[in-house]
Design a protein around this ligand. Structure first.
Ligand code: FES
Length: 98
């Protein structure tokens, strides 16, 4: 299961394998800000508090946009992070500013 926390809307959903965190948030009506969907604006930044092992590895766009310390702490870009397997995942939208 995938627990998604937007600014005000929180939902637990059955994840769609192969789709990004952002796509799943939008599909489920969660208030999850974004702009570029290409890994540039970081408006979709999120914190993975559980289940990183079920997600894709950080891609080049994430390494370019996020600091290594952010990646270490579990921050990812929602538009670049793909759910690869089902499992217990908890993801909160954490942009730099709302
Ligand atoms: S929407 Fe711009 S980095 Fe994800």
């Amino acid at each position: 299961m995938l627990e998604l926390k937007g600014r005000n809307i929180h939902k637990t959903i059955q994840p769609q394998i192969g789709r990004t965190i952002l796509q799943q948030a939008v599909d489920n009506g969660i208030d999850w800000g974004f702009q570029c969907t290409r890994g540039i604006c970081a408006r979709c930044r999120c914190l993975i508090s559980e289940g990183m092992e079920y997600l894709s590895e950080p891609n080049d766009a994430e390494w370019d946009r996020l600091e290594p310390e952010e990646l270490d702490r579990g921050y990812r870009l929602g538009c670049q992070t793909v759910v690869e397997r089902d499992g217990a995942m908890k993801v909160s939208h954490r942009p730099y500013f709302w």
